[in-house]
Design a protein around this ligand. Structure first.
Ligand code: NAG
Ligand code: NAG
Ligand code: NAG
Ligand code: NAG
Length: 192
């Protein structure tokens, strides 16, 4: 009952997954739901969600007439909408040390940072919490991979009242690989 053409297509699809790259897995980042689907449209969301590790540029190539540029900002929190994960907002006191884990599926030399971002203006607040001038150098073998690229901690700064309301702020991990691929994950939080 094997359909050989379909099977080989599946294998091609599986091997192209190896080209996929990175995502924050801890703390649990924002993901997509119906609001993201409505905002980003059929074409883009299909690419974003078929490979949670994949570069955003691949989704940008597939935006169609169902993509709403006013609501889906692909290059901010990967286009994922806060309202889909409004129940996944972390509460951090200033000074809290938050441990992150990033799952890197394929190394591509680039630069990366982690910043508190204002979700309304889509701009960073203050200095990056973590910054890598060079991130995941793909000339290095596993023995030389830099530990803090995948496991690091960020200390929550004193943000005054800027981040006291859910949906005001997130911590965004942002990796730009020099082969022109962008990866982002957002962790929604409030300070208390
Ligand atoms: C985020 O939203 C998605 C889609 O609604 C849902 O499947 C997922 O469980 C939510 N994640 C958390 C941690 O609440
Ligand atoms: C990546 O690592 C190689 C080997 O150590 C080094 O020669 C190269 O300069 C590094 N790349 C960057 C961008 O730092
Ligand atoms: C990450 O680790 C590298 C290698 O140990 C170190 O040089 C660098 O300073 C660390 N980065 C930060 C922001 O601590
Ligand atoms: C974080 O990295 C991105 C991609 O390299 C860059 O565009 C952005 O300016 C950086 N943000 C900060 C606050 O340095």
């Amino acid at each position: 009952m094997f359909n050989l053409p379909l099977l080989s297509l599946a294998l091609v699809a599986a091997s192209s997954q190896v080209m996929a790259h990175g995502v924050v897995t801890s703390p649990t980042p924002r993901t997509y739901g119906t609001a993201s689907q409505a905002a980003c449209g059929t074409g883009a969301i299909k690419v974003l969600t078929s490979d949670k590790y994949g570069p955003i540029e691949n989704a940008a190539l597939k935006t169609d007439t169902t993509y709403n540029a006013n609501t889906c900002h692909l290059f901010f929190c990967r286009g994922y909408q806060f309202s889909d994960n409004a129940s996944n907002v972390k509460v951090y006191k200033p000074g809290t040390v938050v441990n992150f884990h990033v799952d890197i599926e394929a190394h591509h030399t680039g630069t990366a940072n982690v910043s508190v971002v204002n979700l309304a203006t889509q701009t960073p607040i203050g200095k990056p919490l973590f910054y890598w001038p060079v991130y995941t150098n793909n000339s290095l073998g596993p023995a030389d991979w830099v530990k803090n690229e995948t496991d690091f901690s960020a200390t929550i700064p004193d943000l005054g009242t800027q981040c006291t309301k859910a949906g005001a702020c997130a911590i965004q991990w942002w990796w730009y690989a020099f082969n022109k691929q962008t990866y982002e994950s957002c962790v929604d939080f409030v300070t208390a």
